[in-house]
Design a protein around this ligand. Structure first.
Ligand SMILES: Cc1cc2nc3c(=O)[nH]c(=O)nc-3n(C[C@H](O)[C@H](O)[C@H](O)COP(=O)(O)OP(=O)(O)OC[C@H]3O[C@@H](n4cnc5c(N)ncnc54)[C@H](O)[C@@H]3O)c2cc1C
Length: 399
């Protein structure tokens, strides 16, 4: 297949997650011949989904729920398959009770004496009039002592233990951007996300990726590491499979690898994922239950409750154990560790890679950013438009 395309492709995309697949599709729609190479044996990136021995569809790299406020992104993904409305609900084991997460008024009433809970609720509604969600930081930094104390309670019991497990460091060392993402709901809305559009693909994520990549201008090959074929030459040119390549090169993997980790390795957090098939109808009261303060794992996902499959007598669960990423065989880099030092290190790679003008970084790994799925799709759509626009300007200048 490689030979058939040799010298003939206009664009090469490394990686078949959302960043790579959407980039490939947009370039293909604009008439470019695109070669997508994916180093794993399957497409779909971390959204890859397959049926296990019990016939239950599992998310092989951890549970993924689509949610967005961007109508443009929601419309875009709807072209590639049917999506069912799915409102994600999470519980957390706090002080021996299972309470809604994000922390809301139901959680408050389960953990505080009712009279005290109601008094705080009234104060919260007055202090944040018109808002339905605030961040834990906003509560902690509030001038009212009772609100600030509630913020501290949520921080200590819902956030601190979970975050320390997740990031493997004391919570105070965690970047403020992470803490500022933790919401508290001012009401009884127990949906995990507050976004306008929340959905799951009716036939699974893998089918969506097959449809995105099903375009006559796209050839996709799995089990192929781009690093085995690519040479970045010191003069700013590149060779691919032994031939000069001047087309568009999109890279969605780890950027340090492109330059042989010359400035040092970018750190990531990884996960050990433990799947278990149980011979019972149900395991837990929500699709995800968080364990912020007990156990070594952070959460348990029960997949039937995500996919909506009817499978009596059997259910599959997943326990997630966070750990450091060490680039060993079989380990995955899941989360970039966002802090000023790591952002600076990433910036050094980004700057050095600008030397190759036809190379573009896109996605969670390449840009070293915690993107949700909607964020990465939006980024890919914008980058594709930018690249095509740039080409048009160059062609006009040549004429
Ligand atoms: C545990 C977990 C749960 C998450 N849950 C949600 C959620 O519920 N909702 C949500 O919106 N977001 C969620 N996310 C975020 C979501 O996973 C990302 O937004 C998404 O993966 C970004 O897509 P991507 O294409 O940038 O990266 P990936 O999906 O990681 O795709 C990159 C692909 O590039 C391939 N690749 C890398 N290097 C090379 C190479 N040299 N050659 C060829 N191929 C290469 C990789 O194998 C991979 O398949 C979650 C993330 C994690 C880690």
């Amino acid at each position: 297949m490689m030979k058939q395309w040799k010298g003939k492709m206009d664009a090469i995309v490394a990686g078949a997650g959302f960043a790579g697949a959407v980039m490939a599709r947009e370039l293909a729609e604009a008439g470019k011949r695109v070669l997508v190479l994916e180093k794993r044996e399957h497409i779909g990136g971390n959204m890859y989904e397959e049926a296990d021995e019990a016939g239950i569809r599992v998310h092989v790299y951890g549970p993924h729920i689509f949610h967005t406020n961007e109508e443009r992104v929601f419309r875009y993904i709807q072209q590639f398959g049917q999506w069912n409305v799915y409102e994600h609900r999470v519980k957390g084991k706090i002080k021996g009770k299972e309470v809604p997460i994000p922390f809301n008024f139901t959680s408050l009433e389960a953990l505080f004496p009712l009279e005290q809970a109601e008094k705080i609720e009234t104060k919260l509604l007055a202090a944040f009039e018109g808002k339905t969600r605030v961040t834990v930081l906003e509560l902690m930094e509030h001038g009212d002592q009772e609100i600030a104390e509630l913020g501290q309670f949520v921080f200590d019991h819902v956030f601190k233990g979970y975050t320390a497990k997740q990031w493997g460091m004391p919570v105070l060392q965690v970047d403020r951007s992470v803490i500022s993402r933790v919401p508290v709901v001012l009401g009884r809305d127990d949906r995990y996300f507050g976004d306008r559009f929340q959905a799951m693909p009716a036939e699974g994520y893998t089918k969506i990726f097959e449809n995105i990549l099903a375009h006559p201008n796209i050839v996709c090959q799995t089990g192929m590491d781009v690093m085995d074929l690519l040479t970045l030459q010191p003069d700013g040119t590149m060779r691919f499979d032994g031939v000069d390549f001047k087309g568009i090169f999109i890279y969605t993997g780890m950027p340090d690898v492109l330059l042989q980790n010359c400035f040092g390795c970018l750190p990531y957090r990884s996960l050990r994922l433990e799947f278990e098939i149980l011979q019972q109808d149900d395991f837990q009261s929500a699709s995800v239950v968080n364990y912020p303060n007990s156990e070594e794992f952070t959460r348990i996902t029960e997949f039937k409750k995500l996919t909506g499959q009817e499978k009596p007598g059997v259910t599959t669960i997943l326990r997630e154990y966070p750990m450091a990423f060490t680039a060993k065989e079989g380990q995955e880099a899941y989360y970039p560790i966002e802090n000023p030092q790591n952002r600076e290190l990433h910036g050094m790679y980004e700057k050095a890679l600008r030397q190759w003008e036809n190379l573009y970084l896109c996605g969670r790994l390449a840009e070293y950013r915690y993107y949700n799925m909607d964020g990465v799709i939006l980024r890919a759509l914008d980058l594709a438009r930018e690249i095509l626009q740039k080409e048009k300007v160059c062609q006009t200048a040549k004429v």
